[in-house]
Design a binder for this molecule. Structure first.
Ligand code: SF4
Length: 307
């Protein structure tokens, strides 16, 4: 068990020592200069009953439900993702929890996307045990279910469900041996203590999440957090480095927010142990770094996409 005290001592190390430790752990456990790329498609957008303060699809932001992607469209977007260089195709659906009918549709999508030789990931909220069982039988590789922030800060960000609700679905995902993708968002008004606490919760999961998205808040007009204060970049990098140190074998993803990050900040995050990104112009509802910008940055840094 990792304690808050141990994690805090790491987080508060001199910045360069922390980077050095994180980088050393990274290259002991992963191939150097290699980045895993996932691509994300919103399969069902808007009309959500939840009030996640950061999300353009929340009931407060009042985005109406848009049309649901067909399996044919999903497969077509997955082919595009593979051509771009993604090895995993992530499919997101808005809502607190899906209907059984929607889960059945997603199981079909998983089977079709896997035929392309891509790994699959789904995020669609809280699940029942029979739904998790069906997803496992479909061959789903990853389920994303972020804890977002610390347990104590969670109620400041979301009131329509709670931290423990998230943990219940995570336990089911792990019970059925589906790889867990689970991380959080930096910039929700949280303190460094909240960031450390969130990472300690992740690090003490058994097994640890195989994929850890560290998102930097995109301030979306119309959401409660549209005017939240900027995150200190050094604290952001410290969070990435601590994730790497505490979860040595996990892929740490520099996820949402990368489009607003200068290349030099991304480079420092890669040095600190981030080794995964979202590739493609769009995330669920927000823009991502363009593919050409990423190609140029990878060339400048001598980074290669994992095959
Ligand atoms: S994060 Fe998911 S559950 Fe929360 S408001 Fe957005 S779509 Fe709904």
């Amino acid at each position: 068990m990792i304690t808050i005290k141990e994690a805090t001592e790491l987080f508060e190390m001199p910045f360069l020592d922390l980077l050095h430790m994180a980088h050393s752990i990274h290259i002991e456990n992963f191939q150097k200069n290699q980045i895993q790329a996932s691509s994300l498609l919103s399969v069902k957008t808007g009309g959500c009953s939840e009030d996640c303060s950061y999300c353009a699809q929340s009931k407060k932001a009042k985005m109406p439900l848009q049309s649901i992607e067909t399996i044919e469209n999903i497969v077509s977007k997955a082919k595009d993702a593979k051509r771009m260089g993604a090895t995993r195709f992530c499919m997101g659906a808005s809502g607190k929890s899906p209907t059984d009918e929607f889960v059945n549709m997603m199981c079909e999508a998983v089977k079709e996307v896997k035929k392309l030789g891509l790994e699959t990931c789904i995020t669609m909220g809280m699940l029942t045990e029979p739904q998790v069982k069906k997803l496992k039988e479909s061959g789903l590789d990853y389920y994303n279910h972020n804890i977002d922030t610390s347990e104590s800060n969670y109620c400041n960000i979301i009131t329509t469900h709670n931290f423990q609700d998230r943990i219940e679905t995570i336990k089911l995902i792990q019970k059925y041996n589906i790889n867990l993708c689970c991380g959080g968002i930096i910039g929700l008004g949280e303190t460094n203590e909240d960031r450390i606490s969130m990472l300690v919760v992740l690090a003490n999961m058994n097994p640890q999440p195989k994929s850890i998205p560290i998102n930097k808040l995109i301030k979306i007009p119309g959401t409660d957090l549209a005017n939240s204060p900027d995150v200190d970049v050094f604290d952001f990098v410290r969070t990435v480095a601590l994730a790497r140190i505490l979860m040595k074998k996990s892929y740490v993803r520099l996820a949402a927010g990368r489009s607003a990050m200068p290349e030099i900040l991304q480079a420092i995050c890669f040095y600190a142990g981030a080794n995964s990104i979202f590739l493609g112009e769009k995330l669920l509802t927000t823009i991502n770094s363009s593919v050409s910008r990423d190609e140029q940055m990878f060339s400048k840094l001598g980074l290669k996409l994992m095959q």
